[in-house]
Design a protein around this ligand. Structure first.
Ligand SMILES: *[C@@H]1O[C@H](CO)[C@@H](O)[C@H](O)[C@H]1NC(C)=O
Ligand SMILES: *[C@@H]1O[C@H](CO)[C@@H](O)[C@H](O)[C@H]1NC(C)=O
Length: 184
């Protein structure tokens, strides 16, 4: 009998403890106006066209299949420089490595998975961004799902704005990255 009471109270208090920690974690508030780190960068994408081997930083590895008129199925791999200002020739502060693909049948739409890789005296490590990127919209919010090095275990929001598009050859994106979990 004593054993049963002991067991019962053990379970009872474990459940109570579990619930109180669950409630505490839900109460943690997030102030979107106060990121712990913020970066504003410009990403430059020069598409490979068969003739610009020296300057190209991305290439389509699967071309549109003909399903709809919006490049459905096109798959692009990239290793793009990121600069502090809009000038393509400025010194890169990071690179964005990853891919995106078109998945809109009735409109232009892409999905992406990118690592912002830093290897400078200021920052070492990666920020990983993935998600839906409806690039015809003036601004898009992508989620920062994690990181490594200086950005270990981070999370945040990357707002993308298209700065410039030159046909199929070049585009530039302004990336406004706000991190809400920082350990360094
Ligand atoms: C690469 O870009 C530079 C600067 O824009 C330009 O002068 C050069 O002609 C380009 N080279 C090729 C192969 O496109
Ligand atoms: C980072 O930079 C250092 C110094 O320039 C270089 O030795 C190293 O290979 C670089 N690492 C990566 C992953 O590019």
């Amino acid at each position: 009998m004593a054993n049963q009471i002991y067991l019962f109270s053990l379970i009872f208090f474990s459940v109570l403890l579990y619930q109180s920690t669950t409630i505490l974690s839900f109460q943690k508030s997030l102030d979107l106006a106060k990121p712990c780190k913020r970066f504003v960068f410009h990403l430059h994408n020069v598409a490979y066209d068969g003739d610009n081997m020296d300057n190209a930083t991305s290439a389509a590895i699967v071309n549109p299949l003909g399903l709809g008129d919006f490049n459905f199925g096109k798959f692009v791999i990239m290793d793009n420089p990121v600069t502090m200002d809009q000038n393509y020739l400025s010194k890169p502060v990071a690179r964005v490595q990853g891919f995106f693909f078109y998945h809109g049948k009735a409109k232009y739409d892409t999905w992406l998975s990118w690592s912002v890789a830093f290897n400078s005296t200021q920052h070492k490590g990666t920020l990983n961004i993935m998600g839906e990127n409806p690039f015809m919209e003036p601004t898009r919010d992508l989620q920062v799902v994690g990181g490594t090095g200086d950005f270990v275990m981070t999370r945040g929001i990357a707002m993308f704005m298209t700065d410039l598009v030159e046909g199929n050859k070049y585009f530039r994106i302004k990336m406004d990255i706000k991190l809400y979990e920082c350990y360094y």
